[in-house]
Design a protein around this ligand. Structure first.
Ligand SMILES: Cc1ncc(COP(=O)(O)O)c(C=O)c1O
Length: 451
């Protein structure tokens, strides 16, 4: 794994921190040259808590959750927002999801266990995954989860067998692959035909399996689900997915005489990682989705289903940042300038995985223009270990506190202990207060499980 060659003609855009727009957490501000989030000085916080450190703007997270809820409630009679906890989960976030009245999507026994340990109501949990183990399914059913999103024929039989043994009837969705090519990175496309997820519509497979599900004991098919991918800006992709799903629901009604009453269109709304990114708003997403569902249902004379969406990234990514300390500076003439930080692919694998874009700033120089193009590399034993590739930054000095924006999703949950790096702590900031919601790992944590 290595980095793409640096584009040496790239010029810094000279924007200051507050000119980075949608990339910033909503309460970000600059006071006396320091970056503040939630009224808390990021430079002081870094010195108190150490780095690397994940920081969340709690007011921002709550505002996006209520925006989603209200945007759908204003346009549609019966809707629910499900937070995709794979984007970020700790107990504090689970509590916020509960308080804000959202449901929770879990993709494995561990996410479910954390939700239950926090006291999240099981009936508002949706269980996902393409290979849930029998043990995970049983744990979920014993807990009384609301819906299991069945991903394959084998799993349908498993759910039925376990539900029968437990003496319950389990409400299920079936995940359908709608064959919609979302306009996003290859690795995060999921709705196209060649996917490990869900029931393909090719050769009427999904349709036939719906028939099987309707005859399967101990399960009740209440809904269909699809998820076409992540970091999607093209709203027409969501409209196409809604059309395909409702056409399918109409076919199920006509062919089997069964009305599907719930439709979960998954997550996927994109966010701004770079200052020039212009993702659609939550309102625009809601408008397109609700309109598409209403129009398609009217075409087929179908009753409106309960409508659900499952955002992850668009709820938490821009609310979260990562703080690092600059430890080494290295300029390779004619190649690139490296600014090495005390983290890297262990706390943010997205850059190494798909050369994701991020905007950085120096929190103790936040009022200065970003005059250099640098690569923020990590401290790990991989050439491709970088957090930010070729982006503008202020002139860096040793000991500076770098803040990387937009790291609230798919960073902490994908973090590793590579090179024996303890995972960073997570701090929520709000109204001038900082609270540690997950403590930094210790060296002892690293070997506590070794026998
Ligand atoms: C089934 C499912 N639902 C929801 C999501 C959340 O997607 P996003 O974070 O792009 O909103 C994902 C993420 O890949 C997913 O796999």
């Amino acid at each position: 794994m290595s980095l793409p060659a640096s584009d040496l003609s790239k010029q810094p855009d000279m924007r200051t921190t507050m000119e980075l727009g949608a990339v910033l957490p909503r309460t970000a501000e600059v006071r006396d040259g320091h970056l503040f989030i939630g009224g808390v000085d990021m430079v002081e916080l870094a010195r108190e808590q150490g780095t690397a450190l994940y920081v969340f703007d709690e007011a921002d997270v709550r505002a996006r959750m209520s925006e989603y809820r209200e945007a759908f409630a204003a346009r549609y009679s019966q809707s629910d927002i499900i937070f995709a906890s794979k984007a970020f989960i700790n107990k504090a976030m689970v509590r916020i999801v509960d308080e804000e009245g959202l449901c929770l999507d879990v993709s494995g026994g561990g996410e479910l266990a954390r939700a239950l340990a926090t006291g999240f109501p099981a009936e508002r949990v949706f269980v996902h995954g393409n290979n849930k183990t029998p043990a995970e399914l049983e744990e979920a059913m014993r807990a009384g989860v609301g819906r299991i999103v069945v991903d394959s024929r084998i799993e349908l039989a498993r759910v039925s067998e376990i539900a029968g043994r437990l003496g319950i009837t389990q409400d299920i969705y079936m995940r359908i692959t709608p064959g919609v090519e979302a306009d996003t990175h290859e690795y995060i496309k999921t709705g196209c035909e060649d996917s490990k997820f869900g029931f393909t519509m090719l050769n009427d497979f999904a349709y036939t399996c719906v028939g099987t599900a309707l005859e399967t004991p101990h399960v009740r098919l209440v809904g269909l689900h699809c998820h076409i991918g992540s970091q999607i800006f093209a709203l027409h992709s969501f409209r196409e997915a809604a059309d395909v799903m409702i056409d399918f629901m109409a076919r199920v009604r006509d062919g089997y005489g069964h009305t599907i009453t719930e439709l979960d269109l998954g997550g996927g709304l994109g966010i701004a990682y770079a200052a020039d990114d212009q993702p659609p708003s939550i309102e625009e997403f809601a408008e397109v989705t609700c309109t598409a569902v209403r129009e398609a249902c009217a075409r087929h004379d179908l009753p409106l289903p309960r409508l659900l969406v499952e955002p992850g990234r668009s709820l938490v990514a821009n609310a979260g940042v990562t703080l690092y300390t600059v430890g080494i500076l290295k300029t390779l003439p004619g190649i690139r300038k490296y600014v090495a930080v005390d983290g890297g692919m262990s706390d943010n694998i997205r850059t190494a995985l798909y050369h994701a874009d991020y905007e950085p700033t120096i929190a103790n120089k936040a009022d200065q223009p970003r005059t250099e193009i640098v690569t923020l590399c990590g401290k790990h034993c991989e050439s491709g270990d970088a957090v930010v590739i070729d982006m503008p930054l202020q002139q860096a000095d040793l000991g500076d506190i770098v803040c990387v924006f937009g790291t609230g999703a798919y960073c902490y949950t994908m973090a590793s202990n590579y090179n024996g790096q303890p995972r960073p702590g997570v701090v929520f900031v709000r109204d001038g207060q900082a609270r540690v919601t997950t403590r930094r790992e210790t060296y002892e944590d690293l070997y506590a499980k070794d026998l």
